[in-house]
Design a protein around this ligand. Structure first.
Ligand SMILES: Nc1ncnc2c1ncn2[C@@H]1O[C@H](COP(=O)(O)OP(=O)(O)OP(=O)(O)O)[C@@H](O)[C@H]1O
Ligand SMILES: [Mg+2]
Length: 266
């Protein structure tokens, strides 16, 4: 199945400017991988603005931010014990925070109240990615908009980095900037650019930057836009060109076999 890294978890992060379609693409990837069956998938909503849970129809009871709050509370009360105990406690809480449904587990970073809390939660998230990822075949991360999580090395252990842009110069520039920072800050094996929300007639004028391997484009799709309006889960949306395109990207990244692109995965 996985030709490139047979013994390792694939940790894929979807990054880019705000509003370009990161959540849409991350949710579509999760949908397609879940529908393949067998493999264990962890979806992480690493964006404090949240969104992935709705698309995947999961309701996490606890977030990484909640775990941080609980651990801090225990430390304040002096109940957390020595450092090793705190570590064990975090690991235990983390496993409890995973919402599981069949072969899909879900974890959300949550909404830290201040910038300081945000840094701590990001630190915790980085540890989670490196530690619990190995329990899964695929980890798909819907990253926060912009460059910060890459810059702060939160995504250091990511193996596959998918940069998303619309056709705007700003979107492309953010993708290029993320790629530059990621060269130092992320140990990725593969990187690729997706252009999203392309209109049929714009296909001939795509502004593809040469420095990032191109995975392909995704056309604007009414079902996807409508699902966002109504809060419909991606598992309830029928096969459409967005899901097919996403399967093709996964194949180009050597994550799934090419023959699965054409088949309609039920
Ligand atoms: N291919 C597409 N066709 C139609 N609508 C799309 C497509 N991709 C994304 N959208 C819509 O564009 C909006 C933004 O998409 P999405 O939420 O996936 O972006 P994002 O990058 O995650 O945004 P944010 O930075 O705010 O988290 C949503 O309403 C979504 O439904
Ligand atoms: Mg989003």
């Amino acid at each position: 199945m996985r030709t490139e890294f047979p013994n390792h978890t694939i940790i894929l992060a979807v990054c880019g400017k705000g509003g370009v379609g990161k959540t849409t693409i991350a949710a579509s990837m999760v949908r397609e991988l879940v529908k393949l069956g067998e493999k264990k998938i962890l979806a992480i909503d690493a964006d404090p603005a949240v969104g992935l849970a709705t698309a995947l129809a999961v309701c996490p009871e606890k977030t990484v931010n909640d775990i941080r709050d609980e651990v801090i509370e225990l430390i304040k009360k002096g109940n957390a014990g020595e450092r090793k105990r705190v570590r064990e406690l975090i690991d235990y809480e983390m496993m409890g925070a995973l919402s599981e449904k069949g072969n899909l587990a879900f974890l959300a970073i949550g909404r830290p109240e201040t910038e300081g809390c945000y840094c701590q939660v990001n630190e915790l998230l980085k540890e989670i990615i490196s530690q619990i990822a190995s329990n899964f075949d695929y980890v798909i991360i819907d990253a926060e908009a912009g460059i910060e999580q890459v810059n702060r090395r939160v995504l250091e252990h990511v193996t596959h980095l998918v940069l998303v842009s619309d056709l705007s110069v700003k979107g492309i520039n953010v993708a290029k900037a993320i790629r530059e920072v990621a060269r130092e800050a992320v140990k990725f094996h593969r990187i690729g650019l997706v252009l999203n929300k392309v209109r049929q007639f714009e296909e001939n004028s795509l502004s593809i930057p040469r420095e990032i391997p191109y995975l392909g484009e995704i056309l604007e799709c009414d079902e996807i836009r409508d699902a966002d309006k109504t809060g419909k889960s991606f598992f309830e949306i029928a096969e459409n060109p967005v899901f097919k395109a996403v399967r093709e990207f996964l194949a180009r990244l050597n994550i799934i076999e090419y023959r699965l692109c054409e088949e309609r995965v039920k």
